[in-house]
Design a protein around this ligand. Structure first.
Ligand code: SAH
Ligand code: SF4
Length: 374
């Protein structure tokens, strides 16, 4: 059974796309059709709880309503244009969206001693990204376009359709292509749909949204999606190094960013995650770890270290496992919780920062990037 509008190319502008609408919007839509608001609740459960797109199969709606919905509305769905699997079990889905933009999602196996397999799912919020971080392949694409809430949520629903009966997504992260806070409302709406018990059903504490550090909107996002996990991409404890790696830090410097993190309305016992890409000779010295620990003092947080995932033409190198571990130990010695993210899916270019649309990349002249000094 395939969704009615695979790779998003048969968009019918005359039919309203319900995918992406939250419960209140669906109730309002039903109201316009002269239907009681609880119909919105039913539609919400069908579209996101069951992942249904065919009104005909929504058996608790009247025959007449189903016909009217089929005439005036649609439930946008995605079918993968491409699926690749790495030897470690990581699977990368390539989606082609309406208008031709391409994005990717990654399904990652989580280690588990026994029981049915558990998976993590990494979603994209934009096709490409405008932020241009020096070490990220997605950044090289520039921004193609923002995704709608429906397109973000549907990456989850479509990947869920392909799961076995006992399988589920244990963790969901917005760490694929794009900067979620640069596409704020759709990312927030999709996140709310994913954590709603009658929709995606993912527990809020198992949904993590990663941001490059748009300090001005961090707290607003935490309020817009109550309980969501936040990960902030820090990558340097020195303003000058960070400015070279993450251009937006010229606007939101370390001080403003860390102040915003301190003021986050975090639920009890929740911590903010700081991500730190380790680039050999740039930001991976033990002294940098000590400066990082000093900078984070007093913030309820943990640090997730990401040894840089390579792609051709980038002026960086991945530090050796020994150097990564030495950096981690330095943080632990200073009292921080620090983990190293395993790079899954490297052979199919599915690891962090490796997602990109090759056609788009080929069209763009490669910007010269000079490595930051150590
Ligand atoms: N735009 C958001 C979320 C997407 S990137 C952000 O920047 O946080 C998700 C994570 O992957 C970020 O921490 C980012 O810095 C990291 N990343 C990007 N390129 C990488 C690479 N080549 N190797 C390792 N991590 C990378
Ligand atoms: Fe965009 Fe995040 Fe990549 Fe930076 S690291 S270019 S913000 S996707």
């Amino acid at each position: 059974m395939l969704p009615p509008d695979p790779p998003g190319q048969r968009l019918d502008p005359a039919r309203v796309d319900l995918k992406g609408m939250e419960e209140a919007a669906l109730a309002a839509f039903c109201g316009e059709l002269g239907e009681p608001p609880y119909r919105g609740r039913q539609l919400f459960a069908w579209i996101y709880g069951r992942g249904e797109w065919d009104f005909e199969r929504m058996s608790d709606l009247s025959k007449e309503l189903r016909l009217r919905l089929a005439e005036g509305a649609r439930v946008g769905a995605l079918a993968p244009e491409r699926v690749e699997e790495a030897p470690d079990g990581t699977r990368k889905f390539g989606w082609k969206l309406a208008g031709g933009a391409r994005v990717e999602s990654v399904k990652i196996p989580m280690p588990r001693a026994e029981g049915p397999p558990r998976w993590a799912l990494c979603l994209s919020t934009q096709a490409g990204c405008a932020m241009g971080c020096a070490f990220c392949l997605t950044g090289m694409m520039g921004l193609v376009r923002n995704l709608s809430a429906g397109e973000i949520a549907e990456q989850f629903l479509a990947a869920r359709r392909a799961l076995g009966p006992e399988e589920r997504f244990h963790n969901v992260v917005f760490m694929g292509m794009g900067e979620p806070l640069d596409n704020f409302e759709p990312s927030a709406a999709a996140a709310r749909i994913l954590i709603h018990p009658r929709a995606g059903g993912v527990s809020a504490r198992r949904l993590t949204v990663s941001t490059v550090g748009v300090a001005s909107r961090l707290a607003e996002f935490a309020r817009a999606v109550p309980g969501v996990g936040l990960a902030v991409s820090l990558h340097a404890a020195d303003e000058a190094v960070r400015a070279r790696l993450v251009p937006i830090s010229r606007k939101w410097g370390l001080e403003a960013l860390l102040r915003a993190c301190r003021e986050l309305p975090l639920p009890e016992r929740r911590r903010v995650t700081f991500e730190y890409v380790l680039l050999q000779g740039v930001n991976d010295a033990p002294g940098a770890a000590r400066r990082l620990a000093a900078l984070l003092r007093g913030i309820r947080c943990k640090v997730n270290l990401l040894p840089w995932n390579p792609f051709p033409g980038a002026p960086f190198e991945r530090p050796s496992p020994g150097r990564v571990e030495a950096f981690r130990r330095e943080l632990v010695r200073a009292g921080l919780t620090a983990t190293v993210r395993q790079s899954k899916g490297l052979p199919i270019r599915a690891a962090c920062g490796q997602l990109a649309d090759d056609e788009r990349l080929a069209e763009r002249p490669r910007k010269a990037v000079s490595p930051a000094p150590a």
